[in-house]
Design a protein around this ligand. Structure first.
Ligand code: ATP
Ligand code: MG
Length: 582
């Protein structure tokens, strides 16, 4: 690849076809272009696993590395696309031998092992619907999801199987439980009736004719993060690969010789859409790390494997900030050329910190479990406006609309909405078609987020509709207040809610976790109040600040403001199945 020596940017940036005249080219974009770049199945069908794996083997890239896997203790395994093809074929055969049929739900409750990728892609080859479950879940969320989806096969591991043993009998649709005993880690892996993954794979044929799925067949179902309420099972179809493939280039700037690392777990949608489908449909080599967050380990991985493109999340960035930029500067992270972030608002402080620690800014982008892929992004080649999520991708109309579905004037707040029919669009909430239908109005999908769009087409996140605060007639987004607080050196994390007030309707209340070494004193509280008043408009700065050791977050790292509020008001906490342990 040809790089600019100063900016470290490749000279042929994979930009969305739009930057010259953003508006004109965005509107005239046609997805046919992307359709032509995909391989498609013989006979015209579309299958994600074929696009991710088999096409590369057919087109002579079978020897290229697809996955470099690093285990918790630093052990390493490498797989080429050809090896992935064989493993995924074998698993598809295992499923067929167990009687799994097209459309059956097969759920996967596994750590980030190489096997999780063989299994998930094997499920898609067999035409079944894959349901990834985050491996830190306790028994209740696993039971709820297995029952709701009617999953007939579960793939898990000995320790995880033990964790959920009491609820498995309640999952009455489940016919088979397959156990992955990685490297024989467990000496007693199988309970009565369980099937050994290794034994079945050893018997399975390496040849498999991919089920002739169409673009409309269901592929993956993901439960949402549960930040605002009970998680919903968003169902996707094979067509979503168009979206993930194209945005892998436009928004992650993926190139053939990249070494890409997505820190999200396949239990969440980022970990499948951008931890499996986008990189592999583009034939890019991925680093996969089994372990969790530890800043110094992460920097060592970047240095050792020469990661070039890195996709992570604001919570991780804030945790790295807590550790300080020095730790990053001590390593050679110069291989990095593009860093991006999703999942929560990225505070401008995070962008500047990236610049300090890695010589590169983080590029924020926005999407949801329901959207299947990135819809708004800060692109490699365009200016970042810190605090903005960037601009809409081509071929998709993003609206900021009022209650009557009319476009809000430029710069004004409204509901963030998407014109229906984009390629990654979810098809239903499993078992909840009514809730699905309720999200659509006059040809728009209403995302539940509030935002505004500036004159250059950049979208600015205000907050989730549920979190927006109404104080004395002003609507205040928590993000603005949290970002202001984060600029203070003592603040590691901030979560802001509206607290009911007899006069102002609501007042702004902030919960703050401090950077190590700072004491939660009255003096600091007053200083933070003053600091926020200096940054924010009157009435927007917090009226109250409480210090807490850490903020309640989902297991995917999102601040659960609804829980801060319920606790503040002594109300029922609602569904906490995705709440992270302290
Ligand atoms: P639930 O729908 O169950 O309450 P959730 O909305 O957190 O959970 P996800 O689909 O994982 O579940 O998250 C999507 C949401 O995350 C978006 O609707 C938005 O509120 C937030 N989000 C994602 N990316 C960004 C971003 N770049 N900036 C601001 N918010 C973001
Ligand atoms: Mg949501």
């Amino acid at each position: 690849m040809d790089y600019d020596p100063i900016t470290k940017r490749p000279r042929d940036l994979r930009l969305p076809p739009m930057l010259e005249d953003y508006d004109a080219s965005r509107r005239s974009f046609s997805w046919d272009q992307v359709e032509r770049e995909l391989a498609w199945l013989p006979g015209g069908g579309l299958n994600i696993a074929h696009e991710c794996i088999d096409r590369h083997c057919q087109e002579g890239r079978g020897d290229k590395q697809a996955m470099i896997w690093v285990g918790k203790s630093g052990e390493e395994e490498r797989y080429t696309f050809e090896q992935m093809r064989v493993e995924t074929n074998k698993f598809a055969n295992v499923l067929k031998s167990l009687g799994a049929k097209k459309g059956d739900r097969v759920f996967v409750f596994l750590d980030r092992l190489p096997e999780i990728y063989f299994v998930l892609l094997g499920i898609l080859k067999a035409g079944c619907v894959a349901g990834p479950l985050f491996s830190a879940f306790g028994p209740d969320p696993v039971r709820d999801r297995l029952q709701d989806s009617g999953a007939s096969v579960l793939v898990t591991a000995p320790e995880l199987r033990k964790r959920i043993k009491d609820v498995l009998p309640e999952c009455t649709d489940l016919k088979h439980t397959l156990i992955v005993n990685k490297d024989g880690r467990s000496s007693d892996p199988l309970a009565a009736g369980d099937i050994s993954y290794e034994a079945e794979m050893a018997k399975a044929s390496p040849d498999f004719a991919i089920e002739p799925t169409t673009r409309d067949d269901y592929s993956i179902m993901h439960y949402t993060s549960g930040t605002t309420g009970k998680p919903k099972g968003a169902v996707h179809r094979h067509n979503s690969v168009l979206h993930q493939y194209a945005t892998g280039q436009w928004c992650l700037d993926l190139h053939e010789d990249d070494l890409y690392w997505c820190t999200a777990d396949p239990g969440w949608v980022t970990g499948t859409s951008y931890g499996i489908i986008a990189p592999w449909s583009n034939g890019v080599t991925q680093l996969i790390y089994e372990g969790g967050f530890r800043a110094t380990t992460w920097y060592d991985l970047i240095a050792k494997y020469k990661v070039t493109v890195w996709y992570t999340a604001p919570t991780a960035i804030r945790m790295m900030m807590k550790v300080g930029a020095e730790a990053a500067k001590k390593r050679d992270t110069s291989s990095l050329r593009f860093m991006c972030s999703v999942g929560e608002p990225l505070n401008p402080e995070g962008i500047f910190w990236g610049q300090e620690a890695f010589d590169l800014p983080f590029h924020d982008n926005w999407w949801q479990t329901e959207t299947g892929g990135i819809l708004v992004a800060n692109y490699a080649g365009s200016e970042i406006k810190p605090g903005s999520m960037g601009r809409p991708i081509p071929g998709v109309e993003i609206g900021i609309i009022d209650d009557d579905c009319k476009p809000a004037p430029t710069g004004e707040e409204g509901d963030l909405a998407v014109r229906t029919g984009w390629p990654g669009m979810f098809q239903t909430y499993w078992n909840n078609e009514e809730m699905y239908q309720s999200k659509f109005k006059e040809g728009w999908y209403i995302t539940g987020d509030r935002a505004r769009m500036d004159e250059d087409g950049y979208v600015w996140f205000i907050g989730r509709s549920d979190d927006v605060i109404n104080t004395a007639g002003h609507l205040v987004g928590p993000f603005e207040v949290e970002s202001a607080l984060l600029e203070h050196p003592a603040v590691a994390e901030a979560g802001v809610i509206g607290k009911p007030d007899p006069i102002a309707m609501e007042v702004v209340k902030a919960f703050v976790a401090l950077v190590d070494g700072y004491e939660p004193t009255e003096k600091l509280r007053n200083e933070l109040m003053r600091f926020a008043r200096g940054k924010l408009a009157a009435g927007v700065a917090p009226r109250e600040i409480d210090f807490i050791p850490s903020l309640p977050k989902t297991r995917s790292g999102k601040i659960m403001r609804r829980l801060l509020k319920a606790r503040e008001l002594g109300l029922d906490e609602g569904d906490t199945s995705t709440l992270e342990d302290d």
